[in-house]
Design a protein around this ligand. Structure first.
Ligand code: ADP
Length: 431
């Protein structure tokens, strides 16, 4: 059964049950209340009659007195023991049908104790109750129509947004586009929130897909050059390498250089392919000076260059040691590659963050290139990069890692004088 029909049937049924229960309740309460009122009236009348009888004398016209207290459509019976002493009634014959009676003792005019019984026909009450029953049934039947229509509208109201969502998903699946739902910017109900979540999910998927596309096209483009170089030198080696030692030497050297460049590039590509959004980041308190000294000495050991650490303040920072080290290695490696002199690592602090600056005194970066440095495969043009054999991926990786740590990187550079890359590390960790 369709969900719409289920909602429709269930709500209609529920409303009808509630309506019937309410109407029955009204009927039974009204019935009880009416009979109680009638009975109380009869009781009051009997009490009044009893007290009047006790004050009468032999000359009083008894029939007249009894008539005065007689209930409408009723009768009064006076019994002395089992014997009917006298009776008055509204008509000659008591109407047959339902009635209520009230019986109580009283003192008769001759001083004897008698039982007075007041009888009241409830035919009128019954007629009113029957009329009420008819009215309630008719009202219930008439109310069924709006209930039926309302539940139909309710089913539509709930399911229409879901049907639209389903249609959008189906369209996405068939067209291969990342279709989104049209929704209001703010507010809305739970269903609008579902649509909002759906749009967010689609946006993420689209971003991932675009990132992946961009990555694949960049990677294949970048790998094409070293492969072409290797291929052409290998062919040269095949043609002339066996006779000419110099050609063989040059070709093998080029092949070795390009393959090691490719090796580095593939490693970096794998690094980038890792989903940095889900890096396992463990923030902890790090003692800054020993940490920077360790990083510097590792670099010094590997490249036999001078790295000078100057920690002014602070003593501690709050970050992930392993990931921050990876970030520093990328920047220090660049500083080493693009300069000849010593490299300085300087730590300072401002009100909100700790700053670690990596300063080199190398060739510098032209100002127009600085905004693009963190793009994948971006390299400052010219021969200068050829000998360093970079891939243009280092700073892209650095940027992604920095984002995970809540760090911003500020670049300053003067051509011919050197460059500085400053890491601004929030004191309280990422917000
Ligand atoms: P690469 O593997 O080419 O070094 P990066 O992404 O690390 O790739 O750097 C991108 C480009 O930025 C480099 O090709 C280089 O031209 C420039 N660059 C990065 N760091 C420095 C630096 N310290 N001094 C001068 N140029 C730099």
């Amino acid at each position: 059964m369709r969900l719409k029909t289920k909602i429709h049937l269930l709500t209609t049924l529920l409303m009808l049950v509630i309506l019937m229960a309410t109407n029955s309740g009204i009927y039974f309460l009204y019935e009880k209340f009416t009979y109680n009122t009638e009975y109380n009236q009869l009781q009051t009348r009997a009490n009044d009659l009893s007290s009047t009888l006790s004050q009468l004398n032999a000359q009083t016209n008894l029939q007249q007195v009894l008539r005065a207290y007689m209930p409408t459509e009723g009768a009064i019976y006076i019994y002395e023991g089992e014997r009917l002493k006298t009776k008055v009634q509204a008509s000659l014959e008591m109407p047959e049908g339902p009635s209520i009676t009230y019986k109580m003792p009283a003192i008769w005019i001759d001083g004897t104790v008698v039982d007075i019984t007041l009888q009241q026909s409830t035919e009128g009450v019954k007629r009113t109750l029957d009329l009420l029953k008819v009215i309630l049934v008719v009202v219930s039947v008439i109310a069924t129509i709006p209930i039926f229509l309302a539940s139909l509208a309710l089913g539509r109201l709930i399911l229409l947004p879901l049907e639209r969502l389903n249609a959008t998903m189906r369209k996405s699946a068939t067209t291969g586009n990342y279709e989104k739902m049209e929704i209001k910017e703010k507010g809305g109900d739970e269903l609008t929130n579902i649509n909002r979540t759906f749009n967010m999910m689609m946006e993420k998927l689209e971003q991932h897909y675009q990132k992946q596309q961009e990555f694949v096209s960049n990677a294949s483009h970048e790998l094409k050059t070293p492969i072409t170089v290797i291929e052409s030198y290998a062919k040269l080696l095949l043609r002339r390498g066996f006779d000419n030692r110099e050609v063989a030497q040059e070709s093998l050297q080029a092949i070795a250089n390009e393959s090691s460049r490719m090796h580095d590039m593939v490693l970096q590509l794998l690094e980038l392919a890792k989903n940095t959004e889900h890096l396992d980041v463990h923030f902890e308190q790090l003692e800054l000076a020993p940490f920077l000294n360790k990083v510097a000495s590792q670099m010094q050991q590997a490249y036999h260059r001078t790295f000078i650490v100057e920690v002014e303040v602070p003593r501690f920072i709050y970050s992930d040691e392993k990931i921050l080290k990876q970030l520093l290695f990328i920047l220090l490696d660049n500083a080493r590659k693009y300069s000849e002199d010593e490299i300085r690592i300087l730590a300072t602090e401002t009100t909100n963050d700790v700053r670690i600056t990596i300063q080199d005194f190398g060739m510098g970066i032209p100002a127009e290139h600085i905004p693009h440095l963190f793009e994948r495969f971006y390299r400052v043009t010219g021969d200068r990069n050829r000998k360093t054999g970079g891939s243009g991926l280092g700073l892209a990786i650095a940027h992604e890692i920095a984002e995970q740590l809540g760090i911003t990187i500020v670049v300053k550079s003067t051509l011919g004088e050197g460059s500085s890359f400053t890491l601004c590390i929030p004191k309280e960790g990422p917000q």
